[in-house]
Design a binder for this molecule. Sequence first.
Ligand code: PAF
Length: 279
Amino acid sequence: MKHIESVADLRESLRIWRMRGESIAFVPTMGNLHAGHLHLVEEAKKQAERVVVSIFVNPTQFSAGEDFGSYPRTPEKDAAQLRESGVDLLFMPDTETMYPRGSSTFVEVPGISETLCGSFRPGHFRGVATVVCKLFNMVQPEVALFGEKDFQQLTVIHRMVADLNLPVRVIGVPTVREANGLAMSSRNGYLSTEEKSQAALLYQSLLAAKAALEAGERDYRSIETQQLENLKEGGFVPDYFVIRKVDLAEPASCDRDFVILLAARLGKARLIDNIRVRV
Ligand code: PAF
């Protein structure tokens, strides 16, 4: 596996692969890799001849007072796992490479960026869209893979790629879960053992809401309120629990295709999860 830090070296490696007609699948990450990331790599290997993974803890997607400083950074362990998984190139730029002095251009995807997580983390999706757009321009992959756990992020990226005519196919990969249903996330590392078992309630609340929709309940507000209470009783401080259409718009009673999304705090962690429902 090549381990590259500069854009010039990255472009040189990619140029050689492209000259040979090899296609490139890209998995952007912020590191501290877990089974969910490695699943993205496995899916990427099915999509192209070469797999590029980036690790960059992107400062512009953290709001003031969030965990940018303490975000878990485990570069040696990550590199070993990626080498083991058969990744061809690890791109690990530093902040100066991604945002050189004087850098002032941002990508905004208004509308879907301000709701849900966006209303609790102002500027978050502007930072995500900007860094992903820059990474796409650097790597120029045919395909890029993102976890469906970050459903709103995936929606923002799909919108950005369509609006900017970026020549990349974006694939969402299903969430990988712990045995108790907790969605894999780097932020699960903030949880104590006890909190990890408590956090099984998140997925259970999504399943309960899914069961209500499948049973024909169409009073979305009542399902949401019931599950917000359920989370509070389970020791969480929920930011939201909502039933939406798959484009994140509010559903009408005739809708049949939903995504249920939540964000909630437990101890030091802010956790998100979602589930798709077709009835
Ligand atoms: O999902 C993440 O890990 C990050 O938001 C991403 C897409 C790598 C951008 O920094």
